[in-house]
Design a protein around this ligand. Structure first.
Ligand SMILES: Cc1cc2nc3c(=O)[nH]c(=O)nc-3n(C[C@H](O)[C@H](O)[C@H](O)COP(=O)(O)OP(=O)(O)OC[C@H]3O[C@@H](n4cnc5c(N)ncnc54)[C@H](O)[C@@H]3O)c2cc1C
Length: 358
């Protein structure tokens, strides 16, 4: 990637913090180390859910270069801070410093809301009014950071008369049930599972926003750019790992590696430009799709260069293969992003999307 982009990202973590995430990546992959400890470490350095988007993106990229599961957990936590910062509720805005200190852990169960925004899904969660309170019922299939010690989850919910809202719910509220953590490829330590809400009573101060669509449209570019950062971090790690073995490998891999480095440079430049301008949603959607594909292509070339050794389950190459397998099914999924771009293209002049697929 460009010297400027790489320098900015690489400077994002103090060396000891970088070493911390690198050293525990294997244990996180096995599910024997807690990603929650990583959130605390970032908080100790004032780097968790940093208010400056460029800094937050650089931190996620650098953590992902060492451990995608840790970066994904930090991403989920960071977007919760983003939602609450934009909330009309003063009580929720006051939670943001606690999130930055990792005293509250954030979980985003917003995949159905993001799908709903583009007409792909129902919210699965509803609310009704009961006196001054809201009563929440329903379920979401997935959320991460569902730590037994507690979390604050943000979810989209449908209300009476076609209203919709974004709600924050504390895990210790009566009626909140988190499923048991699932056994997963690479992301087992992220404590990901389903959530059910059975008649959860909420004070109105827990309403993040009742301006459902404008709120989601406002957070979406930052949501996607933060995700793009951890895709870039994984891509860079894979190309760096491949580089070490290129000299004794096939010329075809050297050519492929060179092409991917050039593409990654281009994506790094665009990433910074989009962060600086918090670019328009269609451009960010296309970017997010491309960086996720780039990460998978980079891991493919890493495996080709590593050969059989890369297939040993305990190798960093095999871990990155598992990490990369998550990218097309994280929300917005590859299917969702392509649907959104195709819908935008059929409604207006086609948006050119430089392809890194070959
Ligand atoms: C480890 C892990 C952690 C996660 N963490 C979080 C989290 O923290 N927060 C969160 O919100 N979500 C989270 N998710 C959910 C994730 O973001 C995606 O929403 C989820 O993986 C999509 O899978 P699904 O089962 O909902 O698939 P679906 O979206 O239901 O897709 C299943 C199949 O149906 C197809 N399909 C779906 N919709 C349509 C349609 N409208 N038209 C045609 N075909 C369609 C898909 O292409 C696919 O073939 C997590 C998932 C995993 C695996």
């Amino acid at each position: 990637m460009t010297a400027r982009h790489v320098a900015l990202a690489e400077g994002a973590l103090p060396p000891e913090l970088g070493a911390y995430f690198a050293e525990r990546a294997e244990a996180v992959d096995r599910g024997t180390a807690e990603v929650r400890d990583g959130l605390r470490r970032l908080a100790d350095h004032g780097l968790l859910a940093h208010p400056d988007l460029a800094t937050s993106c650089a931190v996620l990229e650098e953590v992902a270069r060492r451990c995608l599961a840790s970066a994904f957990s930090a991403w989920a936590h960071t977007v919760v801070a983003e939602y609450l910062s934009l909330s009309s509720s003063a009580a929720l805005r006051a939670e943001v410093p606690r999130l930055r200190r990792a005293e509250t852990i954030g979980s985003t169960a917003m995949a159905p809301a993001m799908q709903h925004l583009v007409g792909l899904a129902d919210l699965g969660v509803g609310f009704r009014h009961d006196g001054a309170s809201l009563v929440v019922d329903g379920a979401v299939r997935w959320a991460s950071n569902l730590f037994a010690e507690g979390f604050l989850v943000v979810v989209g919910a449908a209300g009476p008369g076609g209203t919709r809202a974004v709600l924050a719910i504390a895990s210790d509220a009566p009626g909140v049930h988190a499923g048991a953590p699932l056994e997963l490829l690479a992301l087992g330590a992220t404590r990901s599972s389903s959530l059910r809400f059975d008649g959860v009573a909420l004070d109105p101060s827990w309403v993040v926003s009742t301006d459902f669509e404008p709120f989601l449209r406002a957070v979406k570019p930052r949501f996607l750019l933060l995700q793009s950062s951890f895709c870039l971090g994984l891509a860079r790690a894979a190309l760096e790992a491949a580089e070490a073995g290129l000299g004794r490998s096939f010329a075809a891999f050297r050519r492929e590696h060179h092409r991917l480095r050039v593409d990654l440079d281009m994506l790094g430049v665009r990433h910074r430009r989009l962060i600086e301008g918090v670019g328009p949603t269609p451009a960010v959607v296309a970017h997010r799709l491309e960086v996720a594909r780039m990460a998978r292509l980079a891991v493919d070339v890493e495996l080709g260069v590593a050969g059989g050794g890369g297939y040993r389950a305990s190798s960093p190459t095999a871990r990155r293969l598992r990490e990369a397998a998550f990218l097309p099914i994280q929300s917005p999924t590859e299917g969702h992003l392509r649907f959104e771009l195709e819908s935008a293209a059929s409604n207006e002049e086609p948006t050119p999307v430089a392809s890194v697929t070959r």
